[in-house]
Design a protein around this ligand. Sequence first.
Ligand code: ADE
Length: 358
Amino acid sequence: MSIISDDYNNSHEKKEPKKKNPIVKSEKTDNDNKFENVIRPKTFDAYIGQSSLKETLKITIEAAKKRNTTLDHLLFYGPPGLGKTTLAGVIAEQMGVEIKITSAPALERPRDIIGILMSLKGGEILFIDEIHRLNKIAEEILYPAMEDFVLDMTTGKAQTVKTLRIPLPKFTLIGATTKAGELSGPLRDRFGIIHRLEFYTDKELSKVIERTAKILEIKIDEKGAFAIAKRSRGTPRIANRLIKRVSDYALVKYNSEINEHIANEALDILQIDEYGLDTADRNLLKLIVEKYDGGPVGIETIAAALGEDVRTIEDVSEPYLLQAGLIQRTPRGRKASPQAYKHLGYKIPKSMEQQSLF
Ligand code: ADE
């Protein structure tokens, strides 16, 4: 897998982007990359969860192989950390082709996207993360590339303008986004398969944790894995991060394998509650409940009050709070649900008593 750039959202551990190659920007540390490469599944059997998507992909890959053609362009959308990049890697592995990974913010200038497209060899996969952030010019370069496998270049000015059509090898574009709604219609229409990745169940996350523990030679029992899974917000990236923290705790405090008690104690110390919320998530809920009477309150106001940017709140905190039924999105802003009041230890206001508590 060749990583041209990987702007993968890892909000806690940001590094200065490397400046050498304009296309090469990495926000991950080498350690992150090493760790993720070791635990990243390479086959559909090893990839846990997303079962309906996996079945669709297996058929599509087999058909493409039988016809000796490239795969249709694919778009994956859904909250961060659910394995979009990992899945793209599995697809490449199963097709037996190289994958080049980049992200839309790294494709600032026309020459960035042109350079990547011209570097592709027949059948290869180009993965563009955060594809909703692609600028208009890059998008327009992509249209003929995706549709007819050509680059349409213009040279000269005004009356002397000439268009040049450069053929490209057939390739597959895999786009990933946390915001499918922000993709332009023409770009969305050029993907043959569009699929949403779902949050993982606790059972699926337990399996992810047990698999990662085995690879990293961390000893953990079934209940210990389940305890971590329950606080991982349906997200394998979080589960894989927590297992390392809990493993450190088990080693230092108990010199023992991870069991349910140790996992819960470690997670309590890390201030990750039984919903998997961390301090930042709870601050967001508290703000809506305590300062805005449960809302509705606009996302810009929330972001300003928390000193966060809107995008981080929308992409990182909000998807799971919505999924867990702790907040609701209304046309007038975000509202805390009765569950949020209960979770924070507040009495549910009379006006909310009719709303369901599930
Ligand atoms: N690590 C991260 N995501 C995974 C998945 N879906 N299956 C197995 N291991 C993973």
